[in-house]
Write a protein that binds this ligand. Structure first.
Ligand code: SF4
Ligand code: SF4
Length: 368
């Protein structure tokens, strides 16, 4: 059976501005079936790394908060800490970054709670008994919440091709241990002929796993956690992974974690994707390159797989914007994410999620 995915574009009128349209989207897509009175509602989003500006605007989040409160729920905004050095690697840093990026109470009208605590160790083991993991480790505050509203910024991603709801849940809700477990199969190598020894990757590596020896970068595989940051930072493309082996496993890991996040949220989870500022890489980067397609709109659904499938289809239907990093697959109908990351088969995350019964890639797009 096809899952409904509801869609609004960004057109607005004097009668209905965009926040009002966003509320109508959530109501039509059935948020009232998921949020009940007195529910503690985890609104899982990405506050953006400091320096990134592509994350979802806080004023949109306020409308989501207002809608949840209108249903009698008690919302809090949440994300889990990162494994790499940066501005969100502990709760104090993470909260400070969130507020600096505009997610202050005065703006969003909801408290911020870091899902996995001070240092990313406040976790709950969830048993899933799947082929890659028997147990997954999720930020405890998300597990304990009555209801989960995922609000994902849909964009490109350096390891998963695109990042949407599955990424927001599987990687985004995992504790530090959970994130490390998912990344453990990403084993980057330096291609010596391409390396100029500039040292940019050394500065970016949180684990001090990289050094430049005799003008070539060298990775200490014992220290490397497979976060993939160095791959993106190297402008020469001198750091590579075994894409054919590492990426399918990484994507399956992420999907199994998504399963763990949703395990105790049957009929208590709701998903929203913003296809706005579709930057080529993750909001975890302290920078965002120009969007590869125009701002398309917002989707909502109770199916976490259908919403990502619909989002990727809408992006790929668009012509690429001129003057971006996307130089191939630029025409309407061509795969934009393959254009940015030719080695990554993003479809694996959708197919595996389908196989695990997390939702369906078969959907009906309902335009409001
Ligand atoms: S950033 Fe690239 S070119 Fe520079 S040292 Fe690292 S691998 Fe070599
Ligand atoms: S070497 Fe690269 S992938 Fe490994 S920890 Fe450092 S930045 Fe991350």
């Amino acid at each position: 059976m096809k899952s409904n995915v509801y869609f609004i574009d960004l057109r607005a009128t004097a009668r209905e501005n965009f926040p009002a349209k966003l509320k109508r989207l959530m109501e039509t897509a059935g948020i009232s079936k998921v949020v009940k009175k007195k529910d503690l509602v985890a609104v899982k989003l990405h506050f953006g790394e400091l320096g990134n500006t592509a994350f979802i605007r806080p004023v949109y989040i306020r409308k989501i908060v207002e809608t949840i409160k209108g249903l009698g729920g008690e919302p809090f905004l949440t994300d889990a800490n990162t494994v790499y050095a940066g501005t969100r690697s502990s709760a104090p840093r993470h909260l400070t970054t969130a507020i600096q990026n505009g997610f202050a109470y005065a703006v969003v009208e909801a408290p911020l709670v870091i899902a996995d605590g001070l240092m990313g160790r406040t976790e709950t083991a969830v048993t899933i008994n799947q082929k890659r993991f028997k147990k997954v480790y999720i930020g405890s505050e998300i597990v304990q919440a009555d209801t989960l509203i995922s609000v994902a910024h849909f964009k490109g991603h350096e390891l998963s091709g695109f990042g949407g709801t599955i990424k927001n849940l599987g990687m985004g809700c995992a504790s530090r241990k959970g994130k490390l477990a998912q990344h453990s199969t990403v084993n980057p190598q330096v291609v010596e002929e391409k390396c100029e020894g500039c040292g940019d990757c050394v500065l970016r590596c949180s684990q001090k796993a990289l050094q430049v020896i005799e003008k070539k970068a060298v990775i200490d595989s014992k220290k490397c956690i497979g976060c993939g940051e160095c791959i993106l930072i190297c402008e020469n493309g001198a750091i590579e992974i075994q894409w054919n082996q590492a990426i399918p496993v990484f994507l399956e890991n992420m999907v199994e974690y998504t399963m763990g996040v949703l395990k105790n949220k049957v009929e208590k989870a709701f998903f929203i994707n913003f296809i706005t500022d579709v930057s080529p890489a993750c909001d975890c980067m302290p920078v965002n390159d120009a969007p590869i397609v125009r701002n398309i709109g917002v989707l909502a659904s109770t199916d976490p797989i259908a919403i990502d499938q619909a989002s990727v289809d809408l992006v790929n239907l668009e012509p690429a914007l001129p003057g971006t990093c996307l130089t191939i697959n630029t025409g309407p109908g061509e795969d934009k994410f393959k254009g940015v990351y030719p080695e990554i088969d993003w479809k694996i995350q959708l197919d595996y999620a389908n196989e695990l019964g997390l939702g369906s890639t078969d959907y009906e797009l309902v335009r409001l």
